[in-house]
Design a protein. Structure first.
Length: 162
């Protein structure tokens, strides 16, 4: 039987592979979101509570998102027995693009929503904007992670050590 790309069996095989790719990308993005969201929320809360300028608050949020995102990955690969230097290299390879995309999107949303950065911690506008920014960042980062993983990059680097 000749193998034809439009044959139903081939289509089923492609669909199964694509489903696995998307579920892996969602899991990788959720992992990234955990560290990013913790850093982002902590940075926004600290910057807002301290009355920092918008630029300083965003910078603090981005820095904390990277630190906590990398730390989360490093914790996992260190448990697998990797030494600190190797764990840092894996974290940098696994998370840099994902965190960068996520931070670019969620901070753009926070700065773009009128009044969100000045709303203060007690206002629903601040928290709703922050949650919305993280949800949009997650949704737009999943395809990026899927593309990276399909090429053996991004979170695929960390999975080799789990």
């Amino acid at each position: 039987m000749e193998h034809h790309p439009h044959h139903p069996a081939h289509h089923h095989q492609q669909s199964a592979e694509q489903g696995t790719g998307w579920s892996t990308a969602v899991r990788a993005t959720l992992h990234c979101l955990t560290g990013c969201a913790a850093g982002e929320i902590l940075g926004m809360v600290l910057g807002t509570a301290l009355g920092l300028h918008t630029g300083a608050t965003v910078a603090l949020s981005v820095a904390l998102a990277f630190v906590l995102g990398y730390a989360l990955t490093m914790r996992g690969v260190r448990k697998a027995g990797l030494p600190l230097g190797a764990a840092l290299r894996v974290a940098l390879a696994a998370d840099t693009v994902s965190i960068l995309v996520m931070e670019l999107i969620d901070n753009t949303v926070m700065v773009t929503v009128p009044g969100a950065m000045d709303a203060g911690l007690g206002r629903p506008l601040f928290w709703a904007s922050l949650l919305l920014s993280l949800a949009i960042a997650f949704a737009l980062t999943v395809p990026v992670n899927r593309w990276l993983i399909s090429r053996g990059r991004g979170h695929a680097a960390a999975h080799a050590h789990h």
